[in-house]
Design a protein around this ligand. Sequence first.
Ligand code: ZN
Length: 358
Amino acid sequence: MICCINCFRDTEIRAAIEMVGRRGDCPICKKANTWIYDSQKDANRTDVEEMLNSILDIYVPESDLPITYPDEEKTYIEDRLLKDWNIFSGTTGEVKQLVSQIVDESLDLDTRIDKERVGIPQLFDEAYLRDHSIMGKYSWSVFKKYLRNENRFHSKYINLEMLESVLKRTEMIIPVGTNLYRARVSNKKGYTRKEMWAPPDDVASPGRANSKGQSCLYLCSNRKTTVKEIRAHAFDYVTIATFKLNRDIRILDLSSIVHSSPFYSGEDKVAYLVNESNLRQIQNDLAKPMSRLDSELDYLPTQYISDFAKFLGYDGVKYFSTFDKTSYNVALFDSSACNCTYHRNFLIGDLDYRLTAV
Ligand SMILES: [Zn+2]
């Protein structure tokens, strides 16, 4: 089999092919003079084939699927691969060609996956889902509805052990001495330094990462972004304060719970597939812009995740700013981890608010 770097979207596979260092023409996507992988010559120099085999290996041919497997979920492998993964960049025809050649050369893949329709039995196996999926047999959207309308504190819809292990992987340290910022819309006089801290418990209003009555200091890595975060208008006065960390803080980076590649860790590929779509929805909810008109209930799902981070002993959670992808926000549960070192009042001049038709 000969394929090339352009046949794939996945960063790990692309890197592995480039590392072989072979140039040539790709018979599959027809790209000329590019980084290619030739299984006859390069099999021992890279794990491209192991990676692809680990994905193909999870598919079971129709004749071996349990009788209860839903018929509408059985599809041909090339369609299934393109739907399930972000690994291949080619058309279904090109993926089919690749799969046929891999299956042909492989010693342990079932050759029927290339001919029959396929499925993944674990996706409909309740016992498997209970042990391997963070949402058990449910989905994030079902859980959100339950949280909102039925029971806020106790739920069978989430596997906390799994959630803990997934979130733990995003643990990071923000070092002592880092400056973070907070802005508040003020009057001409501005706020005192004391007033720039988070409101005390009991009077704290609910936010993305805290419930009503639980104090939380929302900080941002970029001074200017804080002004957008509080949705200040032109000619508003704002007070911006600088908070310097007085110790390292250990936080969960909720902006990176989705992985870029299934090959990044040695995780079971079916479990990866099951969890990835739920994680993507959680990450999207965390980054979703909130408007002043949103109900407090819209914060519940992200409050649930932040609350769990707090319960696990983390100092805070990090998530992307909705307004500026190069900035990040930190919701700090314990505000004694920083000192307010500077504050100043500003008048907002022009804001380049862009209008989007709705
Ligand atoms: Zn190619």
